[in-house]
Design a protein around this ligand. Sequence first.
Ligand SMILES: Nc1nc2c(ncn2[C@@H]2O[C@H](COP(=O)(O)OP(=O)(O)OP(=O)(O)O)[C@@H](O)[C@H]2O)c(=O)[nH]1
Length: 327
Amino acid sequence: MDQHAQPSSIATLMEQMAKMTSQREQRELERALLELVSAFLQSDSIALYGVRYAESLPELKLLQVAEKDSQISPDSCGWLPAGDDARKAIAIGRDHRAPWEYGGHIWQVIYQKNNIIALLQIEHGPLTPDELGFLSGMVRIHENYLRLLYDAERDMLTGLLNRRSFDARLYELLDNPDYQHTLALVDIDHFKLVNDRYGHIVGDEVLLLVAHHMEQVLGAHAQLYRYGGEEFGIILRDEPQLAMTRLEALRENIASFNFPQVGAVKISMGYVLIGGQMLPANVVEQADRALYYAKENGRNQTCAYTQLLQRGEIAAQIPYEGDIELF
Ligand SMILES: Nc1nc2c(ncn2[C@@H]2O[C@H](COP(=O)(O)OP(=O)(O)OP(=O)(O)O)[C@@H](O)[C@H]2O)c(=O)[nH]1
């Protein structure tokens, strides 16, 4: 800790707190939390790590760092197995959510929906009761805002990302194409029949289970969205050939599952490489046309827009040139 640093005034802290609670994006919210804690504790080094589990062992990824003269860029850091101190802090954080001092650091876990998703590591000596209370309170406020952000971007029924997040992600990908991505649209076959025969609640259960299978089969390779109704969107970090293999694995996985009460449920999919299209609406339209073809030609299959085009099965799409979208 810097012995000569002046404690921040209440006015400065309130301003920092207002800044934190005005954030609408997770990374900005985390950045503001670090600034606030840094202003209050006058610590020379604070790091925020993301936490995930690989075969029940915690792994950490540096998300944000507030450090004097730091050369570290969080963007260059990947997931690494948690060190002994961090592992201990996470284990203690499961029962004890208050800040905890160990090995010259203060550790504080951050929860989201009963899971530890992040870990604060603050270089600091033992905290006074006031400092402990402040840090604890700030982290609770941060968690409340994380929850609001989480709910705003998710679908209530399936827990997948919602349509709003889908649109935002497509804009992002078309604006900054980094490496290849594929968009697939998924539609449950004859889903109306499920609702008609077994009722809406069973229909909801089918949607939930389909989402669960998507997470199980594609979770590590794709972002999953509930696009609307019984339709899902998948953005795969793969070129179309590999995407096809993964999508077929999903289709077969769902087709072989015995859905409670309903029995067999099938899905149809259409996909396209993201890139070169002018607007998100063009990408969606291309995937949708491949999906429509799959539906019209037997269902329970996966169709590629580009292949259908090359084979002359569908006509080329006329891009929406007049569709001016201002963002
Ligand atoms: N249970 C439930 N049903 C939904 C939900 N959203 C949309 N649906 C139903 O999904 C069904 C979609 O039916 P259709 O668009 O006719 O398509 P389909 O029966 O799946 O037939 P194909 O797509 O042609 O194979 C309708 O019955 C909607 O009421 C939901 O959140 N829960």
